[in-house]
Design a protein around this ligand. Structure first.
Ligand SMILES: [Mg+2]
Length: 230
């Protein structure tokens, strides 16, 4: 039981509260299909990932940056010869991604309802500001949260800034999320607690091969299990 120590609990949003990565993967599949005259799908995927990594520092995370990366990849693999009609189709794929339904993951609503009276609940997520605000509104979860933090990155210094803003000591903070790289390792590094809820698929950039062994680390199978530990 760690409830005596924890005052504030932050939740990652994408693939922790609601479905996200499968939507991106579906869009990527359609993008590869659009470009099949130039390269086979697995090669297009590799090129797209390369473009995303090259631009991450400029664009940050989120759908709008992803759209620009799709267009840049289209331009590169077509040798600059792709038609504007194809560019329009890529834009449509991105706009469709911005209008996907918000599908809550199993147990999320119940967990938030049961915790919100006893803890200060926070959303700590990356992504486009407007898109994450849209998803939060559509999710019906806004009332559960004391604070929403849409972060440009999730490194140790970003979490330190968040905790300063919340006036919360790391030893009183628990982060729950699906990404070991973004939600777990930096929070343990600054002295907080971190609980990992695995999701069935992870973006290649967020993948971490090694396991986490740490006294303040909690491995969960489902998000609902956190209720028993608090
Ligand atoms: Mg996530």
């Amino acid at each position: 039981m760690i409830s005596n120590e924890i005052h504030s609990i932050a939740f990652d949003a994408d693939d922790t509260l609601w479905v996200n990565e499968p939507y991106f993967q579906e869009t990527e599949r359609l993008f590869c299909e659009l470009l099949q005259d130039y390269l086979p799908p697995d090669m297009i995927s590799k090129e797209l990932f390369k473009t995303e990594m090259e631009n991450l520092n400029l664009y940050g995370y989120g759908i709008k940056g992803f759209m620009l990366c799709m267009i840049e990849t289209l331009s590169r693999v077509s040798g600059g010869r792709a038609s504007l009609t194809l560019v329009d189709k890529v834009m449509e794929l991105g706009k469709a991604l911005l209008q996907k339904p918000v599908e809550l993951l199993d147990g999320v609503k119940e967990v938030l309802d049961s915790l919100k009276g006893n803890f200060r609940l926070i959303v700590a997520t990356k992504g486009d500001l407007l898109d994450q605000e849209r998803k939060l509104k559509k999710s019906g979860l806004l009332d559960c949260f004391h604070h929403i933090e849409i972060m440009s990155d999730k490194g140790a210094s970003d979490y330190r800034k968040l905790l300063k803003h919340l006036d919360c000591k790391p030893e009183h903070f628990l982060m729950i999320g699906n990404s070991v790289k973004s939600d777990i390792i930096p929070v343990l590094e600054i002295g907080g607690f971190a609980a990992h809820v695995p999701y069935h698929t992870t973006w290649a950039h967020e993948e971490v091969k090694s396991g986490v062994g740490h006294p303040r680390f909690i491995q969960l199978t489902t998000i609902s299990e956190i209720k028993q530990l608090l």
